[in-house]
Design a binder for this molecule. Structure first.
Ligand SMILES: [Zn+2]
Length: 92
């Protein structure tokens, strides 16, 4: 019967057993958008959990912010256009 030539050092033994606890990560598909997600977590892509909308996602928030900024920019443009019209009317 083969016998090991030397004792396995603590370092070697512990290095070998360091990876024993690692398990492959399990993914499930989101019920709403089919994006791979961790089980029992809210989908970060669409904000759904168990078929219900739970939270506002980062994308939606940024889209809303963009719309608000556009609205403000349009208001300012309209204001400046009115001011220019008044100035040109006064100059004539
Ligand atoms: Zn989703």
């Amino acid at each position: 019967m083969p016998v090991p030539k030397r004792k396995t050092s603590k370092r070697r033994r512990d290095q070998r057993s360091a990876n024993k606890g690692i398990k492959p990560q399990i993914f499930t598909a989101c019920s709403h958008c089919q994006e791979p997600i961790n089980p029992h977590t809210v989908c970060m892509n669409c904000g759904h959990y168990k078929g219900k909308k739970i939270m506002v996602t980062k994308k939606e928030r940024s889209a809303k912010r963009g719309q608000e900024r556009q609205a403000v920019a349009q208001k300012l443009q309209a204001k400046y256009a009115q001011q220019e019209q008044k100035q040109t009317a006064e100059n004539k």
